[in-house]
Write a protein that binds this ligand. Structure first.
Ligand code: PLP
Length: 423
């Protein structure tokens, strides 16, 4: 199916599978580890990357490929690689460019798990990073660049800070240093923000969140923008032959999407975090209603944010779609159709009082998750970000009284009523 002229909500429904005459309307699950071939030559060509047929489901699978094609179409990329989780996507995206001795620059307001990975685990493997304040002027950001810096990383809409990335500044920062800009676009999803249109080179997602949308399946994906020059001298792994694939040169032999081809053939092959066909099937189904859901999530969240802002027991509300938000101008530029389904607010009280409010909620459950159709809350200080010290928490604007809400698609009157009784 040629998808380039279709609108995004049509792509969400249709892209990824175009049934042949009398084929199943819904894609089937290819629950098979392997694929049958007639000749040794054929399978040899696949091992040499001359043929792109599936040979083993750790590397690729038809059901997973349908999901990859759908999300690639939504982001407007040149190729995608689905993985077992969002964390696998973050890890492989970094490891695809950095080896021991390399360095990268990252915005410091990040998903808690990503902070752990960057601050502790990657460091043990010799990959270091510098955390920068994404709102600092570009002259400040420049100071973080080192000769061994390989990439710039940031989230388009941060969790739980609800900060909107200044893409203009960050893409200029990356481009000026001839470095790729990798964007974690989990919170807006391609429905609300398409980072390739704003200078990003690689986009990643935790598909576990809004893309699946129903809290059924872990998953992650890396999408190649096909818009970065890997031959600028900083990336020898893209310009020198890969002996494990008969001397393939990624930047030359896979010009369109060398980043995801290399991530698949080297890292997915060797580390193995593949997405299961069943999870791909579930995620594909969830994704079909993504456009509808993001509109409803955003509408409900804005209404709840406005209601909370007027509540006597609420100290502050953080949501990029609120007129009072310091990010409203960036939000209007980069998230014109809605600021997604997550907000944070501060309760007028300390740690213990805040926990009490959470325990009183009935419709909204306590869940370590966002992006579900059902409303859920998290208390980062005691849950997702509990590994950080109080000082580190304050540095990324997480206070003891912060409650994060992932607003579902239920009737907004019922959601508000639940918070009214709890507050
Ligand atoms: C959840 C999340 C991740 C990690 O994804 P998993 O699917 O849980 O591994 C990464 N980035 C962001 C912004 C997230 O919200």
């Amino acid at each position: 199916m040629t998808t380039s002229k279709l609108h995004i909500s049509t792509l969400a429904v249709q892209a990824g599978y175009n049934p042949e005459n009398a084929a199943t309307r819904v894609p089937c699950i290819a629950q098979s580890t392997t694929y049958a071939f007639d000749t040794a030559e054929q399978i040899g060509d696949v091992f040499d990357l001359k043929d792109t047929a599936h040979i083993y489901s750790r590397i690729s699978n038809p059901t997973v490929a349908q999901l990859e094609e759908k999300i690639n179409a939504l982001e407007g990329g040149t190729g995608a690689l689905a993985l077992s989780s969002g964390h696998a996507a973050v890890s492989l995206a970094i490891m695809n460019l950095c080896i021991a001795g390399d360095h990268f620059v990252t915005a410091k307001s990040l998903y808690g798990g990503t902070i752990n990975l960057f601050m502790h685990t990657l460091k043990k493997y010799g990959i270091s990073c510098t955390f920068v304040d994404q709102d600092a002027p570009i002259e400040e950001l420049e100071k973080a660049i080192q000769p061994n810096t390989k990439l710039i990383f940031a989230e388009s809409l941060t969790n739980p800070g609800m900060e909107v990335l200044n893409f203009k500044k960050f893409s200029k920062f990356a481009e000026g240093n001839q470095l790729p800009l990798i964007i974690d676009n989990t919170f807006p999803t391609p429905i609300l923000c398409q980072p390739f249109q704003h200078g990003a080179n690689i986009v990643i997602h935790s598909t576990t969140k809004f893309i699946d949308g129903h809290a059924t399946s872990l998953g992650g994906i890396i999408i190649d923008g096909g818009n970065f020059d890997w031959t600028n001298g900083k990336f020898p792994d893209f310009t020198e032959p890969d002996e494990t694939y008969n001397g393939a040169i990624y930047a030359k032999d896979f010009k369109e999407n060398p980043f995801v081809v290399k991530a698949r053939t080297q890292l997915l092959r060797d580390f193995g975090p593949c997405m299961s066909p069943f999870n791909a099937f579930m995620t594909y189904h969830g994704c079909q209603t993504l456009a509808l859901r993001m509109e409803k999530h955003s509408m409900n969240t804005l209404q709840l944010a406005e209601w909370l802002e007027d509540h006597e027991h609420v100290e502050w509300v953080r949501y990029a779609g609120l007129e009072s938000s310091p990010y409203i101008e960036l939000s209007k530029t980069y998230l014109p159709d809605g600021a997604s389904g997550v907000l944070a607010f501060g309760y007028k009280g300390g740690l213990e009082e805040t926990k009490k409010v959470i325990n009183k909620l009935k419709l909204a459950k306590l869940v370590v998750h966002v992006g579900d159709i059902r409303t859920g809350v998290v208390h980062p200080a005691s849950m997702t970000h509990r590994q950080l010290t109080e000082e580190q928490l304050l540095d990324i604007n997480i206070t003891q009284n912060l409650i994060r809400i992932s607003v579902g698609i239920e009737d907004i009157r019922d959601i508000i009523a639940d918070f009214e009784q709890a507050l």
